[in-house]
Design a protein around this ligand. Structure first.
Ligand code: SAM
Length: 441
């Protein structure tokens, strides 16, 4: 409980769950990976249900709200409600421990305050409060999604499909790995992983993707991972490189490259021949890209820490292929990254659209005549996807849409049939959008 609440407080500051746990584990010298995995699962499942948990707590607070509480108290309350409501533990098993932790960390006054909130939580009949809500608010609480997103999804894909999608998002996520075919073939990797008690199966769509069925320990601890035999990558993300289809000796630009999942996959397709210019504006993520490419022994990547909208190249040296894997709302990745549900809103999406548009406008000028431009996001919104492509095609008649093959998802919306969308409830992957454009000769 103590470890989890510290990690939750770190996540509130913007850290990812994995990094928050790493930081707290090294602070308290926790080396037992089983304990770390257990805490990681508790944190993720608490975050997945955060709107419901906060709603329960807010109802029990008088004259204040959860956002105004001390971050540590907030974390302890959230974990206690998660254990009580979703792990079927009795309040007598949870509350006294939580109060003791608060007393030790913050003092008796705060412990008394927390005890009073627990008494309120036990006393409240939630059904009365629940009945006062609108339908989309109720569905949002039952399926742990923000109300604006419930309404958005209903309009986008219809009620029945939206409910299926949100139910998928709250089930345990699928895990895929992408085989580094420069180092090992998929069959051999499958055998080597089974020696490490990691059970995988081949994928019927993509030859270099394996579906993880069972793993007794985190994949990053496996020797196959450390040797660069595979990269942990969602199948939908791996599909992007298949659609870009880079070839040996190509000259490729990856405009939003870090942490390098697609860049290294591109290098793999190119069999380490040719050149990939990998741009990103985040130094932290770029460091990851460098580590990832070293582990996978991809030697043709030239990383550049820069805003890709400020890059210019001479007309004689335009690119054969350009990838824009744009920063986005991640509304398609709520399944694997549940914390994103609570940080995205419509204002942020509007702002992201402006960045996506400017990335597209700039990078398209760097594609050689006859060259390929691929635009992808892990967002479900049409504003970040089809509407960007429609506007681009209207203003850039020298580009035409091309079939985004291999086609394993569903067609793009608004008649953009050559674009491809993937959905968690249909494809068992993150939600993705991929458009492929060719610059006319
Ligand atoms: C979706 S992530 C890319 C993921 C990466 N392609 C992969 O497969 O591992 C988007 C990236 O865009 C970067 N980014 C955002 N704005 C940028 C800009 N103006 N120029 C370059 N990179 C940018 C972010 O730092 C982030 O790493």
């Amino acid at each position: 409980m103590n470890l989890a609440s510290h990690a939750l407080s770190e996540i509130e500051k913007g850290q990812s769950a994995r990094l928050a746990l790493k930081k707290i584990s090294s602070k308290y010298n926790i080396t037992d990976w089983k304990l770390r995995s257990k805490v990681h699962a508790i944190i993720l499942e608490t975050i997945r249900r955060l709107n419901y948990i906060d709603w329960v707590i807010n109802i029990s607070l008088k004259g204040t709200s959860i956002s105004q509480l001390h971050p540590y108290i907030r974390s302890i309350l959230r974990l206690a409600v998660y254990h009580l409501k979703f792990l079927s533990l009795r309040s007598s098993q949870i509350f006294p421990v939580s109060v003791r932790i608060i007393a030790k960390k913050l003092g008796k006054k705060d412990a008394r305050f927390v005890k009073a909130i627990f008494q309120e939580i036990e006393r409240k009949d939630l059904t009365i409060y629940f009945m006062r809500l609108s339908e989309s608010e109720r569905i949002g609480l039952q399926l742990f999604h923000p109300t604006w997103f419930v309404r958005y999804l209903f309009r986008l894909i219809g009620r029945s499909e939206a409910l299926k999608l949100m139910k998928t998002n709250i089930s345990p996520p699928h895990q895929h790995i992408r085989v580094n075919t420069l180092k090992i073939d998929p069959d051999m990797l499958q055998r080597k992983l089974s020696e490490e008690k990691i059970i995988v199966s081949t994928d019927s769509d993509l030859f270099d993707v394996l579906n993880v069925k069972k793993a007794q320990r985190p994949l990053v601890h496996s020797s196959c991972y450390k040797k660069g035999f595979f990269y942990i990558q969602n199948k939908a993300s791996a599909l992007v490189t298949h659609i870009l289809n880079p070839q040996e000796n190509d000259f490729v630009l990856d405009t939003c490259a870090a942490p390098g999942g697609k860049t290294t996959h591109i290098g793999q397709f190119m069999k380490n021949k040719g050149l990939i210019i990998a741009l990103d504006s985040s130094s932290k993520r770029m460091r990851e890209l460098i580590k990832t490419s070293q582990r996978q022994a991809i030697k043709i990547i030239q990383p550049l820490l820069i805003d890709s909208r400020s890059v210019t190249f001479i007309p004689e040296k335009l690119f054969d292929k350009v990838l824009i894997d744009a920063p986005c709302s991640s509304t398609g990745a709520f399944w694997s990254r549940p914390s994103r549900k609570w940080t995205v809103n419509k204002r942020l999406i509007k702002w992201l659209c402006q960045i996506q548009w400017s990335l597209m406008e700039h990078a398209s000028g760097l594609v050689r005549p006859g060259g390929i431009l691929v635009y992808s996001t892990c967002s479900l919104t049409i504003e970040e996807n089809e509407m960007i492509i429609e506007r681009f095609l209207k203003l850039n008649p020298d580009f035409r849409l091309t079939d985004a093959t291999p086609f394993i998802g569903v067609h793009g919306f608004r008649g953009l049939n050559q674009c491809q969308r993937l959905f968690p409830q249909i494809n068992n992957t993150d939600g993705f959008f991929i458009a492929k454009l060719t610059r006319r000769m």
